[in-house]
Design a binder for this molecule. Structure first.
Ligand code: HEM
Length: 295
């Protein structure tokens, strides 16, 4: 398997070295509060899911590794959330706007990043990647429309992709997947409309919106059924699987704390465990390399 250092080198070779996050380089951190539902408390003993309001930091971002990429460029958007518990512990959820993750392994992810490098080389590299990874096509087809410029960071669903094991107080367990559902969904913009709003329109709209009112997302949980793959980021679980609302996040304003905060999808606390998903287990190592280089 590719090393985390090589993965970040390859990402940097695609987007350049910018002393920023190797991916999701441009973003804004906000403050918020998360309040879990009683249904969540029934399904996990994790401290942030017991119903008391929990302080949160939320970073909205564009996936490009170049911080100068304009907001109107077609891209994936990120929403990373840190839940800060009163005892000083912390757990994170890292999510993005593509509903389907196209690849099962870190190696295939880096091959896709390299094949997608902007420029003339993409004309042959992308078809070559698709020819050697035909399984990615259905996911890329589903994801393609979600690359359109959104009206706002507040108006899109964000998918956390991986499955996590939730353990409850009585010893029961189940695998779940998270989706942040916006309370204010809106149609996306055309490229022309987004360009007209400027290179920083998402960042500006976020600030204006937060000055006016808080942003709310519901945390939707999908619960795995018998036989659903839990260690494969590309797996699609049947639509009829039980879903429920685990809580609501209220994002209330800009954060004036550390802009270099590292969000780590594998940072879990008692009551939540990781699956064996190779992408999930690789991410913290790559994020640590990226964080060390940008520090
Ligand atoms: C092998 C697969 C992946 C690799 C190698 C990778 C790599 C990276 C790296 C190097 C960063 C910058 C980290 C930092 O400097 O703090 C990053 C950020 C991010 N990634 Fe990934 N990633 C992968 C998969 C995913 C997946 C599956 C998701 C979706 C759930 C995702 C969502 C994000 C988000 C939201 C951020 C921004 C976090 C922030 O705002 O600080 N990534 N990724």
């Amino acid at each position: 398997m590719i090393s985390p250092e090589q993965a970040v080198d390859d990402i940097n070779a695609t987007f350049g070295v910018h002393r920023a996050r190797a991916l999701h380089a441009k973003g804004t951190i906000c403050t918020g509060v998360f309040t879990a539902t009683s249904e969540a408390a029934r399904l996990t003993r994790a401290a942030h899911m017991q119903g008391q309001p929990v302080e949160a930091k939320v970073r909205f971002s564009n996936a490009s590794g170049n911080p100068a990429t304009p907001d109107y460029a077609p891209d994936i958007r990120g929403m990373a959330t840190a839940f800060l518990l009163p005892d000083g512990s912390r757990t994170d959820i890292s999510a993005q706007t593509s509903p389907r993750f196209p690849v099962r392994t870190p190696d295939a992810f880096i091959a896709l990043v390299k094949a997608n490098k902007p420029g003339i080389g993409r004309l042959w590299k992308l078809p070559a990647f698709l020819a050697t990874h035909p399984g990615v096509l259905p996911a890329l087809r589903v994801d393609a429309p979600t690359l359109k410029p959104p009206a706002s960071y507040a108006t899109r669903p964000y998918y956390a992709i991986h499955a996590f094991r939730w353990l409850d107080a009585a010893g029961g367990e189940r695998y779940v997947r998270y989706t942040w559902i916006p309370r204010d969904p809106r149609p996306d913009l055309s490229l022309r409309e987004a360009k007209g709003r400027g290179a920083d329109y998402l960042r500006e709209e976020l600030a204006e919106r937060l000055a006016r009112e808080p942003i709310r997302f519901d945390l939707q949980l999908q619960i795995a059924g018998e036989g659903d793959a839990v260690d494969d980021a590309t797996a699609v679980w049947p639509a009829e699987r039980e879903t429920l609302t685990a809580g609501t996040l209220e994002v209330s304003g800009p954060d004036d704390g550390d802009p270099g905060l590292v969000f780590d999808p594998a940072r879990v606390i008692d009551g939540i465990e990781l699956s064996g998903d190779p992408v999930l287990n690789f991410r913290p190592k790559a994020y640590a390399v990226s964080a060390e280089r940008r520090a």
